[in-house]
Design a protein around this ligand. Structure first.
Ligand code: TXA
Ligand code: MG
Length: 328
């Protein structure tokens, strides 16, 4: 791949028009979403989507999420059902991705050769404007090198992929900070969450009026997970430094190790002590999770000890990412 140098564009109308033209012409663009930044390409153009895989060094057996601007575009890319329409009306635009049977227009590279497609209508206002200007569905995985921590700012995208793309749209720090909830709706009678996110299983169950399953962490072993969703492998979201997770993290014992607490500890500040949220608020912790991991990863510690988030809801998404960062 030719080495280029990414430029960060502010979301002016002129820049959005330029980026829309580049996307229509088959280029890839780093885009802000409310969850994490994505690396977008025209979802109907197999060549453009190929550039996404190359830029990320993502294996071709790991399918992409297709982003659309509204519920009315769902039937263009997927074969919808009642359950999907219910959830789309309730939670879109927002951090919910649905797996549905795909329409033939979606090229095999997007679905990794499979018969299903992942679809989501993102909530970020700049990405929504860009989607409407392009007038095409945009395939976008998280904009990080494969397996590394997801990006929550335009600068993170440039740090990780800056030599592999030219255009990044700056939409500020991601409001949610962890990737969308993925729900498998291929069989609408048996909805199942494949990846926890900001929209909880309870919220989905309440909207659908039926139980919603959860793909167990144990099922995410190579082989098993690959049959459902290859990107849900146990090891993912990993800093280069080894990560160890704890229900409760004790006092720092090793000066060469980093300690990331859930909330700010009362002990005096040390240079190897970090926290996800000063007040211990889950939403703040989710927002800061990936940037804290990146930041600590760059400081040359021997190991990173991290405290899990308490409770349910968004904490389940945070802990899912932490456990996978820690998986060997
Ligand atoms: O919040 C998000 O979902 C972000 C933003 C950019 O939208 N995107 C994101 O994409 O997290 P990615 O590619 O990093 O993760 C998508 C996950 C992968 O684990 C992939 O394997 C799974 O979705 N996936 C995609 N298509 C699928 C399909 N047809 N069936 C099952 N899993 C699928
Ligand atoms: Mg990803």
């Amino acid at each position: 791949m030719a080495k280029v140098s990414a430029r960060i564009y502010q979301g002016t109308t002129r820049n959005l028009r330029l980026l829309a033209r580049r996307l229509k012409a088959g280029d890839i663009v780093g885009v802000p979403t409310e969850t994490v930044y994505g690396l977008a390409a025209n979802a109907l153009d197999a060549r453009a989507c190929g550039k996404v895989f190359r830029a990320k060094r993502r294996p071709l057996n790991d399918p992409l999420i297709v982003h659309i601007s509204s519920v009315s575009d769902l039937s263009l890319v997927a074969k919808s059902n009642e359950a999907a329409l219910l959830l789309a009306r309730e939670f879109w635009p927002g951090p919910l991705t649905m797996i549905l049977p795909k329409q033939p227009v979606v090229p095999p590279i997007v679905s990794a050769g499979g018969e299903s497609v992942a679809v989501r209508a993102p909530a970020h206002p700049l990405f929504r404007r860009l989607l409407r200007l392009v007038g095409l569905p945009l395939a976008a995985p998280s904009a990080n090198p494969f397996g590394y921590v997801s990006p929550t700012t335009a600068q993170h995208v440039r740090e990780g992929l800056g030599k592999n793309l030219r255009y990044i749209l700056d939409g500020g720090p991601a409001r949610i900070g962890v990737e969308s909830t993925i729900v498998d709706l291929r069989d609408p009678a048996k909805p199942c969450v494949l990846r926890p996110g900001a929209i909880s299983r309870e919220q989905l169950a309440a909207a659908l009026g039926r139980k919603v399953g959860l793909l167990a962490h144990a099922a995410r072993k190579p082989g098993k997970a690959a049959q459902v969703s290859p990107g849900l492998l146990a090891r993912h979201y990993s800093p280069k430094t080894a990560v160890i997770v704890y229900r409760r993290l004790g006092t720092p014992m090793e000066s060469r190790d980093a300690y990331i607490y859930f909330r700010r500890p009362s002990a005096p500040r040390k240079t190897n002590v970090f926290w996800l949220d000063r007040e211990g608020q889950v939403a703040g912790a989710a927002r800061r999770l990936f940037s804290v991991l990146r930041d600590v990863d760059q400081q040359g510690f021997r190991r990173i000890h991290v405290e899990l988030a308490p409770g349910n809801g968004l904490s389940l998404a945070i802990n899912d990412r932490l456990r996978r960062a820690a998986a060997r």
